[in-house]
Write a protein that binds this ligand. Structure first.
Ligand SMILES: N[C@@H](CCC[C@H](N)C(=O)O)C(=O)O
Length: 290
């Protein structure tokens, strides 16, 4: 199986273009678990396939490192956009990408040598509150917040659906130890039957925020594009930041803009790390031992 490893702000996936290669006879969740394993596979935050679409110019599917399929992936969308443009699977710099959550628009910023380093994605309009996801709790506050019982603490956060689900909590200062301790409890909280991505954000000023994430199905990652979009959308709704915000993530910065029509625009890097062939037959026995 041919693959490309790409990363965006350190959020790295194995990309498999079904235009150019065939998949081994294994389910995609299994394949994602296998390639994501840094010791027995390749090592990544998950697997992304690039496929033909009936509704858009191309289609992507995203699987987390634990094999669960997500609806969307912001960093993945930017890498897919770079990939399909540079591989001439599209011939315009603005094109559409189908995800499990619907179709979004990508714009690649083409450099003089024809390569792409920066990509903007129009992520569409976010939805807010318990009604925008599968929520099984009974602790709703206002239109968009819920309170979770986490150990002996109560944690208030904003629910935002940007294709996939997010719980955005404000903290005084981002703290990686806190994210490691509390993130998994939020991700798998009983109030979220489909689990959730947990974001911890602190406002630096009206145009900058610090951000950490514990991703559903992948744990702590260096960056989460949809999480950054969800966080800025939540903070704009609470009038705590302006409509253009630089999000400082563990892996670097993302520029997020909330347009007048409510659409969230995300701009940031997309980088190719390696291309190769995954030796599936020799890997198979290793996988079955997992
Ligand atoms: N890292 C991604 C999000 C990947 C999916 C997420 N873990 C989920 O399960 O919803 C991003 O950049 O948005």
């Amino acid at each position: 199986m041919k693959f490309t490893k790409m990363q965006a702000l350190g959020n790295n996936y194995i990309y498999v273009s079904l235009y150019e290669t065939t998949l081994p006879e294994v389910s995609l969740p299994e394949l994602s678990r296998l390639v994501s394993d840094v010791r027995r596979g390749i090592g990544s935050d998950g697997l992304i396939t690039i496929e033909e679409s009936r509704q858009a110019d191309v289609r992507m599917r995203i699987f987390n490192a634990d094999g669960s399929e997500a609806e969307s992936c912001g960093n993945g969308l930017r890498c897919v956009a770079k990939y399909v443009y540079e591989h001439r699977l599209v011939n315009t710099s603005v094109f559409s990408i189908e995800t499990k959550a619907g179709v979004v628009e990508a714009q690649v910023h083409v450099r003089p040598d024809g390569s792409v380093k920066q990509v903007t994605i129009d992520m569409g309009e976010p939805r807010f509150g318990a009604g925008s996801i599968r929520y099984a709790g009974n602790s709703v506050i206002g239109d968009e917040d819920v309170v979770l019982e986490v150990g002996t603490d109560q944690l208030q956060g904003t629910i935002v659906n940007v294709g996939n689900p997010h719980f955005v909590t404000m903290v005084d200062r981002v703290d990686d130890n806190y994210v490691q301790a509390v993130g998994p409890l939020v991700e798998s909280h009983k109030d979220f039957p489909e689990r959730i991505n947990a974001e911890f954000v602190s406002v630096v000023n009206r145009n900058e925020i610090d951000f950490r994430v514990y991703e559903r199905g992948s744990g702590i990652t260096f960056a989460c594009g949809t999480g950054a979009c969800a966080s800025v959308a939540a903070l704009v709704r609470k009038n705590l930041v302006d409509e253009r915000v630089t999000v400082h993530l563990l892996g670097g910065d993302l520029e997020i803009e909330i347009r007048d029509d409510g659409h969230v625009l995300m701009t940031g890097e997309a980088v190719t790390v390696a291309e190769g062939t995954f030796a599936w037959p020799s890997a198979e026995p290793v996988f079955t031992a997992l």
